[in-house]
Write a protein that binds this ligand. Structure first.
Ligand SMILES: C[S@@+](CC[C@H](N)C(=O)[O-])C[C@H]1O[C@@H](n2cnc3c(N)ncnc32)[C@H](O)[C@@H]1O
Ligand code: SF4
Length: 466
């Protein structure tokens, strides 16, 4: 974006200097391999609340915001905090699934949905995506899955094309449960596979073997009534480039609608971290090796013609829309239900009681079981708009200028030029596109871009997009 000025001098040899004005977090290494070395650490999440401030009386604030009509795009999240087993790597595990907890928990979820169903904030606009996440929603019984999905469909004002996702795993998700979900209106399944490799699966607490996992996904797809997505994790101890390539090739060969490739996060105190600390399991992949695994997965999917929708997500078909994740990243309102769920309404972020028994008691008493709430953090919508654009792999110069105004946009040029020199961005029609390295480091780029936009806007420039 910097205009070339002919000074009459020969350009200096070697990589371009890093502009001294850039904050440390935005500086990428220029003289190394961009994919494996651009930054020394990778951010796990790119969005950070600006000056979060807890509200004093969450219950009273909740009743007040319920009376306000809702504005903007909206999704709903329903949490099911049960799993049949605790997988070694996972930080989402909360409670052991038992058939006897399925019904009381589902009744509490439905009662929570009922509580505010007629409030202006719930009724006043369409809900575009509903996500049943966990834990493992498919640990609920078939009857409870049907009841919970039906309740969400009847109590929330769903858009006619609403995406309704059920997150689940192969183990315990039998034909009756699949039928119950489909009959109740689910139209998307996100299935955690992590790896197809039977030996690795067993080590990490996954009970189904490769053949069972493949057959399960093929059968789900053969129903032809919902999008089928699978999650894979790269960087697990004992995983090799070959086993990883085989995992991605298997997802491609199954002709699923979409696939998520997640970098292993070492969750403090998880069974995996404890086993590595004791020396019982070898260390997880280094950051550089994670980058290589990601790059290999990206190459395979792009060669197979899959569309890259976001950092971790690819789609093969148009049936896969990935609406929930996209809207959440664009800071859409999120109506949250269930023990431990987190939401966003009228700019207020809130979390529900994560203790499942306490959650049920509070719902039974007629309360919204809030655990905490943060006041809106003032943020120009332009910031979310630009971050969302980079989320999809592009920086459209026109969108940047429309969102921020030409003055702020020009101040971002040194940053974008630097990332281009570092091999993270490449010129594309109308702006920039992420390179493979840029995709891997995308969370770093988005958080640095958000920080830079906030700085410039705080310094007095005003965005033109409200
Ligand atoms: C909330 S989990 C639920 C999935 C489902 N219960 C299962 O076991 O397949 C959603 C996804 O998070 C990912 N995940 C869980 N632990 C992770 C970790 N430590 N690092 C990276 N991804 C992880 C997995 O890919 C998983 O499918
Ligand atoms: S990966 Fe899924 S089943 Fe395993 S512990 Fe985590 S949420 Fe539960």
């Amino acid at each position: 974006m910097t205009p070339a000025i002919d000074t009459g001098h020969a350009p200096p040899l070697g990589p371009p200097a890093v502009p001294p004005s850039l904050p440390a977090a935005a500086r990428a290494r220029i003289d190394g391999d961009p994919l494996t070395q651009a930054f020394s650490e990778r951010r796990s999440s790119h969005w950070f609340a600006r000056r979060p401030r807890p509200v004093d009386d969450p219950a009273a604030t909740w009743e007040a915001i319920l009376r306000l009509p809702r504005a903007g795009k909206t999704v709903a999240y329903l949490h099911v905090p049960f799993c049949d087993t605790h997988c070694l790597f996972c930080g989402f595990y909360k409670n052991m699934a038992r058939d006897r907890v399925s019904a009381p928990y589902t009744q509490a979820l439905i009662r929570e949905l009922d509580r505010d169903a007629d409030a202006p904030a719930i009724r006043s606009g369409p809900v575009h995506a509903v996500y049943f996440g966990g834990g493992t929603p498919t640990a609920l019984t078939a009857a409870d899955l049907h009841a919970a999905i039906t309740a969400a469909r009847t109590r929330l004002p769903l858009a006619p094309d609403c995406e309704i996702t059920i997150e689940g795993r192969v183990h315990g998700f039998d034909d009756d449960k699949v039928s119950a979900c489909l009959e109740a209106g689910a139209n998307r399944f996100s299935i955690g596979i992590q790896t197809f490799d039977t030996a690795l699966r067993r080590r990490y607490g996954r009970q189904a073997d490769r053949a069972t996992a493949e057959r399960f996904l093929a059968d789900l797809k053969a129903r032809d009534r919902a999008a089928v997505i699978c999650d894979l994790i790269y960087g697990l101890p004992r995983q090799t480039l070959d086993t990883w390539r085989e995992d991605v090739r298997t997802a491609i060969a199954l002709e699923l609608d979409g696939v998520d490739l997640y970098a292993l996060t070492l969750v403090p105190h998880s069974p995996l971290v404890q086993a590595i600390d004791k020396g019982a399991v070898p260390p997880a992949a280094s950051l550089g090796d994670q980058a290589r695994l990601y790059g290999a997965g990206l190459d395979l999917l792009e060669t197979a013609g899959w569309r890259h929708l976001s950092q971790a997500h690819w789609a093969r078909t148009t049936r896969e829309r990935n609406l929930y994740n996209q809207f959440v990243k664009e800071q859409a309102s999120c109506l949250a239900f269930g023990a431990g769920a987190g939401g966003l309404l009228a700019g207020h972020r809130y979390r529900l009681d994560g203790d499942e028994a306490a959650y049920r008691e509070r719902v039974a008493a007629g309360d919204k079981p809030l655990a905490g709430m943060f006041a809106p953090a003032p943020e120009p919508p332009a910031v979310a708009a630009v971050a969302a654009s980079l989320e999809s792999g592009r920086i459209a110069a026109g969108r940047l200028a429309a969102a921020l105004g030409p003055d702020v946009t020009a101040q971002l040029d040194p940053l974008l030029d630097h990332w281009q020199a570092a091999g993270l961005l490449t010129p594309a029609p109308g702006g920039f596109a992420l390179t493979t390295a840029g995709w891997f480091w995308q969370p770093n780029l988005i958080s640095a871009l958000i920080a830079a936009m906030r700085d410039r806007l705080d310094a007095g420039a005003s965005p033109t997009l409200a």
